[in-house]
Design a binder for this molecule. Structure first.
Ligand code: PGA
Length: 251
């Protein structure tokens, strides 16, 4: 199935940055991004949302968060609600990143609730799914990603066409090991079929990003796959020339 929509290249800065480093990075991105043919976002640590909101103002770069609370308000120390993120111009929120599933015990249902909270505030959730190395080696890749996505579909009904999905094989994140374009496409096709089952023709416009050691050298071949609609980029999004090359490969 081909996808006619614009690709999305989203940087996931993770827990990196400083006032000075963010300013230098965003200025370099603004200078190089031009009127690119793809959508571009940077998902930044929450203390820097206000800073990066003003740094990207008037540019084609959208602002993203790395997580969102499932709750609207109240006694949830350390969390940020979708409405708070919206106050700072946030367009996208990553939910269910494997680092949050692994280090913070986020369940499929918790991730689904977070996606719902984002959607309710008009923020596009970037829902991450992906298998561990052990799951891949046991032949469980399709089953794992389907289970993770099914929770989000089940909890969000007809809003499902408003999400972005990111396939991020856990073994490829930050390791320098990338899924081959064919391996990525095979899983993206599984996800597209599942979305099609849930949303009919609307599934064609849902963007499915690949993430996991995407870089300037491998981006073009991954992005050439019919069901790869963009990338979620960690390490390479912290280096402006690399991130700009990935954006150029998606345009
Ligand atoms: P990586 O991270 O590009 O550094 O592998 C991707 C991610 O975790 O989103």
């Amino acid at each position: 199935m081909t996808s006619p929509k614009k690709k999305l290249i989203a940087g996931n800065w993770k827990m990196n940055g400083s006032l000075a480093a963010n300013e230098a990075l965003v200025q370099a991105l603004r200078a190089g991004v031009g009127q690119s043919g793809c959508d571009v976002a940077v998902c930044v640590p929450s203390p820097y949302l206000a800073q990066v909101q003003s740094l990207v103002a008037g540019s084609p770069i959208a602002l993203g968060a790395q997580d969102v609370s499932a709750h609207a308000q109240g006694a949830y120390t350390g969390e940020q609600s979708a409405a708070m993120l919206k106050d700072f111009g946030v367009r996208y929120a990553i939910v269910g990143h494997s680092e949050r599933r692994q280090y913070h015990g986020e369940s499929d249902d918790a991730v689904a609730a977070k996606a719902g909270a984002a959607l309710g505030a008009g923020i596009t959730p970037i829902v991450c799914v992906g298998e561990t190395l052990a799951e891949r080696e046991a032949g469980h890749t399709a089953e794992v990603v389907r289970r993770q996505l099914a929770a989000v579909i089940h909890a969000n009904g007809h809003c499902i066409t408003e999400i972005v999905v990111a396939y991020e094989p856990v073994w490829a994140i930050g390791t320098g090991k990338t899924a081959t374009p064919e391996e990525a496409q095979a899983v993206h096709a599984v996800l597209r079929a599942q979305l099609h089952h849930a949303a009919g023709d609307g599934a064609a416009r849902i963007r499915i990003l690949y993430g996991g050691s995407m870089n300037a050298a491998n981006a073009a071949s991954l992005l050439a796959q019919p069901d790869v609609d963009g990338g979620l980029i960690g390490g390479a999004s912290l280096k402006a020339p690399d991130f700009l090359q990935i954006i150029a490969a998606a345009a």
